[in-house]
Design a protein around this ligand. Structure first.
Ligand SMILES: Cc1cc2nc3c(=O)[nH]c(=O)nc-3n(C[C@H](O)[C@H](O)[C@H](O)COP(=O)(O)OP(=O)(O)OC[C@H]3O[C@@H](n4cnc5c(N)ncnc54)[C@H](O)[C@@H]3O)c2cc1C
Length: 255
């Protein structure tokens, strides 16, 4: 590998789990100290044909874990994901030593409700939030005074890579609610859950949970259309303060 070690770790894949043909997670050993705040992202890369291709990826694991976890979607014609897709336990990849991002839990504004809205892999930073707070709650560092409400949209039921874990947290934690919602239910008559895109059901759940601009910060993560639609819906519900909506747009739609 020709990359200078001062900016990058040569991280090693320790685990790979495939959720669906185009969705998978990996865990890595960074190979050095990597301090991050839940909600931040890492920059991952691969060297090929004499060049380096890098992209940002939200971190799904919590800072207390000894490995870093990511949830990927394969973009078949993409520059990086087909290369990441091939990585197996034992393989190396590049990771910038410094995490980035401000998509972190708002504990400053005084708003104690947190509405987390995501599409498919956009759930990753929220998994990090919940894993972290769950540990803090069990060990007495978090008193449960912040409430998290997670809407996770996908086309198909098998796209929810973290559904079992999040359902367990929902059952166990009084301050966490999880609603996975499927937008193509007609192929899945046995799907027992919510139906529609995340932004379709957003208003209904905001009303149901009594979340408004006075008590809630909203976090939108993943598909650019979901984020644009959700922002419009939240604005109509009074979320006009710019700090009340945080967003992490995963890609810019091709024109
Ligand atoms: C802060 C941040 C965090 C991110 N976190 C994650 C994450 O946790 N997991 C994850 O899988 N991705 C995440 N992404 C997206 C990721 O950085 C890459 O853009 C994505 O993996 C595609 O990379 P690629 O090189 O394979 O495709 P590219 O060569 O970059 O893209 C090819 C084309 O596909 C479009 N495109 C990119 N991604 C998608 C997609 N998912 N669906 C449809 N079209 C797409 C692009 O706009 C482009 O037109 C994140 C992006 C940002 C900005």
């Amino acid at each position: 590998m020709t990359v200078g070690d001062e900016k990058f770790y040569r991280a090693r894949v320790t685990k790979r789990v495939e959720f669906a043909p185009d969705l998978w997670m990996i865990r890595i050993q960074p190979g050095g100290e990597f301090k991050f705040v839940p909600g931040q992202y890492a920059t991952l890369g691969v060297e090929h044909d004499g060049k380096r291709t890098e992209r940002p990826y939200s971190i799904a694991s919590a800072p207390f874990e000894n490995e870093i976890e990511f949830f990927f979607e394969l973009v078949p014609e993409g520059a990086l994901t087909p290369r990441l897709y091939k990585l197996q336990p034992g393989d190396e990849l590049l990771m910038r030593r410094i995490p980035k991002g401000k998509f972190t839990l708002d504990t400053e504004s005084g708003r104690k409700h947190h509405l987390l809205v995501s599409t498919v892999t956009g759930v990753a930073p929220f998994v990090s939030f919940v894993r972290t707070l769950s540990r803090d709650w069990k060990e007495g560092r978090f008193d449960g005074s912040h409430q998290l409400y997670l809407l996770n949209g996908a086309s198909r039921p098998w796209e929810f890579g973290y559904k079992e874990e999040l359902n367990r947290f929902d059952a166990e934690l009084p301050w966490f609610k999880y609603v996975p919602t499927v937008s193509r239910p007609w192929d899945h008559a046995d799907w027992p859950g919510e139906i529609g895109r995340a932004d379709d059901v957003l208003r209904k759940y905001a009303d149901h949970w009594e979340l408004d601009a006075t008590n809630t910060t909203a976090y939108l993560c993943g598909h650019p259309d979901m984020i644009a639609n959700s922002k419009a819906i939240l604005k109509r519900r009074g979320f006009v303060d710019r700090t009340a909506i945080k967003e992490e747009i995963y890609w810019i739609p091709a024109k």
